[in-house]
Design a protein around this ligand. Structure first.
Ligand code: OAD
Length: 235
């Protein structure tokens, strides 16, 4: 194996074949919604019911029994088990398909559908049911600001220090199923390349950064990801 530290960044494309809509593809999640209506702190202040309903639908789809991890999620979990070096998995996805496939330490840079928090005291909690902002917080007792613990535009992404340290360490950076439209995640491949790592993109269609990767391989994640990571283990 020519690499000792592998960094993987995933986006909505890795979960597309599990039946979860991406954001920016045709028929994507944003199609029927303006981002400004459902993914900003201001939109929550303006219409908390609409915002919670948007994420309640996503959560209920995720837990409804029709959505399962696919071969790409499974391949990454198997790689984590079989690779002897340092492996860091960062996902922009708010689903739990990496965990359900067996990944043990995925860093959710944009939060999770299965966590909520109080907008007043920021106390977090697990949530598997519909959320209503009017509920009261069990920590500060205030009501009216319960929301998904998802990073909206203008908010600080999670695990930044850990992620940046891993970008600095890695000698292979693999980007999977992301349009590379949202920063800081979209900038990590540039940083990794500047620091000397090999950078590879696995994506259905060219992303905004395809030309900047050392290698860009186009195709569906369920084919490309198992192939790529099984091959890597054999090197
Ligand atoms: P996008 O919807 O922007 O991009 C999805 C990417 O996946 C596109 O480049 C598609 O070509 C690719 N794709 C689609 N189907 C695929 C498949 N079967 N196999 C491989 N690739 C496939 O989603 P993200 O890049 O993840 O943030 O979006 C980044 C962030 O934008 C999200 O985390 C979300 C959104 O704002 C928040 O909600 C905070």
């Amino acid at each position: 194996m020519p690499y000792s530290s592998v960094f993987v960044l995933t986006g909505a494309g890795i979960s597309a074949e599990s039946g979860i809509k991406t954001f920016r593809d045709k028929d994507g999640l944003w199609e029927g919604h303006s981002i400004l209506d459902v993914a900003t702190p201001e939109s929550f202040q303006r219409n908390p019911t609409l915002v919670n309903e948007f994420y309640n639908q996503r959560r209920s789809q995720l837990l409804g029994g029709d959505v399962h991890p696919n071969l790409a999620h499974i391949a990454l979990a198997e790689f984590e088990t079989n690779f002897n070096g340092d492996f860091v998995l960062v996902t922009q996805n708010v689903d739990n398909l990496h965990e359900r496939a067996g990944s043990t330490a995925a860093l959710h840079i944009h939060g999770s559908l299965l966590h909520g928090k109080c907008g007043y005291c920021e106390q977090g909690f697990d949530i598997i049911k519909d959320m209503d902002h009017q509920g009261s917080c069990s920590t500060c007792n205030k009501s009216g600001a319960l929301r998904p613990d998802i990073v909206w535009f203008g908010e600080m992404p999670k695990h930044m220090q850990k992620i940046e340290e891993a970008v600095y360490r890695c000698d292979l950076f693999v980007s999977i199923g992301t349009s590379a439209a949202v920063y800081p995640a979209a900038g990590y491949s540039d940083l990794a390349r500047q620091l000397g790592a090999k950078t590879v993109e696995l994506n259905l269609a060219p992303s905004e950064k395809s030309g900047d990767f050392d290698k860009s391989i186009l195709g569906p994640a369920t084919q490309l990801v198992p192939q790529f990571f099984q091959e890597l283990l054999k090197q």
